[in-house]
Write a protein that binds this ligand. Structure first.
Ligand code: NAD
Ligand code: UFG
Length: 342
């Protein structure tokens, strides 16, 4: 029998790509999403790619009764991947309680219900934001956690601690905490991708919208950093590679009895790219110019961070595969689709 996985936030950006990979790997998926940052039509894309429409529950994970009903109506859920969260760093500074309530109550409700419904493991979406500005790059999982610079980042740190404390208390569950670096790109089919809502705050959606003529020009936030070309460096990870890591993590939790109850993995490529290098990669991959100018530094930005992904490579047997140019071409194909260019 196929194993059943609950994907919270499954119509969102990373959740939809992970649902595709879970279904491709033979898992049954139940999605819960309140559609606060996604659209139900994403289910059509998932179905078109995999031939399977996941079970969908429109509901809010901060409401424990909704979750309890979901577990009752979908018996046999063995694992959870918890993507559901609010994720805009700037907004979290303006509305901290919204972020603490949404991100923490969602997690606490899920953890509380897991033993009651016999759910063995939970994969949690954490972030390299927990490392702050690294003293040394590449950064591995043993690096110190730095004080969070936003309520959003703090919810990731607190969530990791809540999971560790709960497991330490003897709760009969396992967890894998995945610290993502910078997820970008879209499914190569261009049937799912990152939905642009309002003015994008992140680099790649802003870049593709600029290339599509929706934005006049991209501002590079600073070229006076201590990096080879002066712009900030990140570890950009293709969303499909990232999604595949979740399937491996889930399998490890459910099928392997000898692993530690809580494990932490960085998910990145191990390569740092500057903002200017990324723009160049896009232009080379697509032949489409990106009008851009150098602007002021953005407050709170980290200068440079990239992953040491050795632990994920060796322990999970997972390595990021995508070439950055293919990733940028996929991001562009998705942009063209959502802006009606093809
Ligand atoms: P997303 O906004 O596209 O997806 C999150 C989904 O969760 C959305 O569909 C939203 O409608 C849903 N949601 C939010 N609150 C909910 C609730 N209370 N109940 C039910 N559904 C709810 O974001 P994403 O980029 O796919 O991110 C997924 C996870 O990965 C988040 O936890 C995010 O913090 C984390 N993460 C993302 C990045 C990134 O750069 N995208 C980096 C590190 C970590
Ligand atoms: N940037 C620009 N111009 C823009 C947007 C971004 O130059 O218009 C630069 C930023 O200064 C930064 C880089 O592009 O140097 C990447 O910025 P993003 O906003 O795309 O990503 P961040 O690394 O700042 O943060 C993202 C998520 C966080 C998450 C973190 C690590 O927004 O939530 O990755 O996963 F915590």
């Amino acid at each position: 029998m196929k194993e059943k996985i609950l994907v919270t936030g499954g119509t969102g950006y990373i959740g939809s790509h992970t649902t595709v990979e879970l279904q491709n790997a033979g898992y049954d998926v139940v999605i819960i999403d309140n559609l606060s940052n996604s659209n139900e039509s994403v289910l059509d894309g998932i179905q078109a790619i995999t031939g399977i429409r996941p079970v969908f529950v429109k509901g809010d994970c901060t409401d424990i009764d909704t979750l309890r009903k979901l577990f009752e109506e979908n018996p046999g859920i063995k694992g959870i991947i918890n993507f559901a969260a609010s994720k805009a760093v700037g907004e979290s500074v303006q509305k901290p309680l919204l972020y603490y309530r949404n991100n923490l109550n969602t997690l606490i409700n899920l953890l509380e219900l897991m033993p009651e419904f016999g759910v063995k493991g939970i994969v949690f979406s954490s972030s390299c934001t927990v490392y702050g500005e690294p003293d040394l790059n590449p950064i591995d999982e043993t690096a110190p956690i730095k004080p969070a610079t936003s309520p959003y980042g703090n919810t990731k740190q607190i969530s990791e601690e809540i999971i560790e404390d709960y497991v330490k208390s003897g709760a009969p569950i396992k967890s894998i905490l995945l610290r993502y670096f910078n997820p970008i790109g879209a499914h190569p089919s261009a049937l799912i991708g990152e939905l642009p809502l309002g003015v994008p705050q992140n680099l790649v959606p802003y870049l593709t919208q600029t290339a599509a003529g929706i934005r006049k020009e991209l501002t590079v936030f600073g070229d006076d950093y201590n990096t080879p070309d002066g712009s900030c460096i990140r570890d950009y990870i293709d969303v499909v590679d990232l999604a595949k890591a979740h399937v491996i993590a889930m399998k490890r939790m459910l099928d392997n009895n000898d692993t530690d109850p809580v494990e932490i993995f960085n998910l990145g490529t191990g390569n740092g790219l500057s903002v200017l290098q990324l723009i160049k990669a896009f232009e080379e991959a697509t032949g489409v110019p990106v009008p851009h100018k150098i602007g002021q530094r953005r407050a709170g930005d980290i200068e440079k961070i990239w992953a040491d992904p050795k632990k994920a490579n060796q322990v999970l047997g997972w390595t990021a595969q995508a070439d950055i140019k293919d990733t940028m071409a996929n991001a562009w194909r998705w942009q063209c689709r959502v802006s009606g260019k093809n």
